[in-house]
Design a protein around this ligand. Structure first.
Ligand SMILES: [Zn+2]
Length: 328
């Protein structure tokens, strides 16, 4: 069909028609709200590079979650910022760790809320890497298989505390099967795994490392996170995770990797999550503050783009703002 028989503009004539033919709609059900939790009481401190994003103590995070739940948000993703760090991230899997306590209190207060926990070591290790570091002759290596044992312990401790979904983010080989096995063995057959299947070694994580105090003290994460130039490798990573028993697969970051989200959507039947990361958030905030962009509109457009690419779930620091806007 060609012009003049076909006129695409007919279906853009009015708001009502546009509403009728819209292909992708954002709803509050798509959103996962990430939260940073610190030790202490009465703490709500803003992250410098992420305006209007805060680190909360457990008492304060309950207030924040109350307001999110009132807006219809159904899921949170928790990151812990512990006081004590060591070489092997012990505070990540102790029974009274920051996340273990937070999950328990949150589930006691909001039993309906889906509580997802980040499962990694980088916030808990003194060196800031996502795994056990082996050093020798000026070189270092992240020991994959030793790390698996630790993150399996982390996952089980979160499940014990009441987490609905655990989300391993360290990009270790075999992390999903190690966690699945440990969860099942401990009786947590119903705890789901949302795997950070395709996590790129991205510079868009900068502000997050401020928030979670998890920047590596030396070296970088290139030996475990993916090279931004690779797409086919994303297929291999996602295939592995699905075979190992991941319930949800994730792409991180979102906006610079929409082609990857689309590729996974076309090739997998599992739900796909996308993480609109701290750098994506910070760019929008900064541009809006300078008056270069309209924050609300850019926020909505960036998220509709992520959903259109194929994401079923979107982790975003804008979650509350979006929910508010959708309610209006
Ligand atoms: Zn990590």
């Amino acid at each position: 069909m060609m012009f003049p028989e076909y006129r695409a503009r007919r279906l853009r004539k009015s708001q009502a028609i546009r509403d009728l033919v819209r292909e992708t709609t954002l709803t509050v059900n798509d959103l996962i709200y990430p939260l940073f939790i610190v030790e202490g009481e009465g703490i709500k401190e803003e992250v410098k590079s992420m305006p209007e994003v805060y680190r909360f103590s457990i008492d304060k995070v309950l207030e924040e979650i109350r307001s999110a739940v009132d807006l219809g948000i159904k899921a949170v993703l928790l990151f812990g910022v512990p006081d004590k760090k060591d070489e092997v991230g012990t505070s990540a899997y102790i029974r009274d760790g920051i996340i273990q306590r937070a999950v328990k209190v949150i589930k006691d207060n909001f039993p309906e809320l889906v509580v997802i926990t980040d499962v990694c070591l980088c916030e808990y290790t003194s060196h800031g890497h996502c795994g056990v570091v082996k050093k020798g002759q000026g070189l270092y290596e992240i020991d994959n298989d030793e790390t698996l044992q630790l993150i399996a312990k982390v996952a089980v401790s979160h499940a014990k505390a009441g987490a609905d979904i655990v989300a391993p983010s360290g990009m270790m080989d075999g992390m999903v099967s190690a966690i699945r096995e440990a969860l099942d063995e401990a009786g947590f057959m119903q705890t789901a795994i949302m795997s950070y299947s395709v996590k790129y070694c991205s510079n868009f994580y900068g502000p997050f490392r401020d928030a979670a105090q998890s920047a590596p003290r030396f070296g970088d994460r290139k030996s475990y996170q993916m090279d931004p130039g690779n797409a086919r490798e994303a297929m291999r990573e996602a295939t592995l995770d699905v075979q190992e028993g991941a319930d949800i697969i994730m792409v991180k970051p979102a906006m610079p990797y929409l082609d990857i989200i689309k590729m996974l959507r076309d090739n997998f039947y599992h739900p796909i999550a996308a993480y609109q990361v701290s750098g994506e958030y910070a760019m929008i905030k900064a541009a809006a503050r300078l008056g270069y962009l309209d924050e609300e509109r850019i926020m909505m457009e960036s998220l509709i783009g992520i959903k259109r690419a194929g994401a079923d779930l979107i982790i975003t620091y804008f979650a509350k703002r979006v929910a508010e806007l959708l309610q209006r």
